[in-house]
Design a protein around this ligand. Structure first.
Ligand code: PRP
Ligand code: URA
Length: 209
């Protein structure tokens, strides 16, 4: 079964409080989501492999480690996943970025796909799927399915917050996908919104409501 890793560093918790606050406007909201994403990148990449190389400091020759091999791909789910890309790229500048466009039908809550552009070599990359919200799990599962059909072999799902329902759904269908979140919230309301959550992530990022 896949793991759920809750990143509950005090800095993340502090910033998440202001993300949740309904009085936080789009500018500050975007900055906070970006900053939290950078902090998450640190933990999400903890299992990267290292190799030893020889270097010279001003004083001596020594062996030291660098990240080896594994190529990364960031895959934001449009729109709201875009808010997490820049923060991740700050720490992972060599990662390639693919985009999957999905929106959730407001009546059925089912994801509808409208765009996809991925790096050509996704089968060689460890893919990090980005979406601030994991609610029913429909959007994340559609994106994961899509990536697997295109040849993806290694996928992590990174969300700011999740409902237990979404985590269960993703893990039942994709036990090989580890999920990184900063909070597991109480659950979903009758509109399939995460409670307490932070509302509509896309609208709050881009000021569309
Ligand atoms: C939001 C969010 C996720 C999805 C989560 O996107 O960013 O993609 O809902 O819900 P789910 O787990 O029940 O699928 P939305 O459909 O509102 O689209 P947007 O990002 O374009 O606003
Ligand atoms: N999508 C959002 O933007 N927010 C939620 O709480 C659930 C789905």
């Amino acid at each position: 079964m896949g793991k759920v890793i809750v990143l509950d560093h005090p800095l993340i918790k502090h910033k998440l409080t202001f993300v949740r606050d309904k009085n936080t406007g789009p500018k500050e909201f975007r900055e906070l989501v970006k900053e939290i994403s950078t902090l998450m990148a640190y933990e999400v990449t903890r299992d990267l492999t290292l190799e030893e190389i020889e270097i010279e400091t001003p004083l001596a020759k020594t062996k030291s480690q660098i990240i080896s091999g594994k190529k990364l791909g960031l895959v934001p789910i449009l729109r709201a996943g875009l808010g997490m890309v820049e923060g991740m790229l700050d720490l992972l500048p060599a990662a390639k970025v693919g985009h999957v466009g999905l929106y959730r039908d407001p009546e059925t809550f089912k994801p509808v796909e409208y765009y996809c552009k991925l790096p050509q070599d996704i089968e060689e990359r460890e893919l990090i799927v980005l979406d601030p919200m994991l609610a029913t799990g429909g959007s994340a599962m559609a994106a994961i399915q899509f990536l697997k059909e295109k040849g993806a072999n290694a996928i992590k799902l990174v969300c700011l917050i999740a409902a237990p329902e979404g985590i269960e759904a993703v893990h039942n269908k994709y036990p090989d996908v580890d999920i990184y979140v900063t909070s597991i919230d109480e659950g979903l309301n009758e509109h399939a919104y995460i409670v307490p959550g932070f509302g509509d992530a896309g609208d709050r990022l881009f000021g569309t409501k």
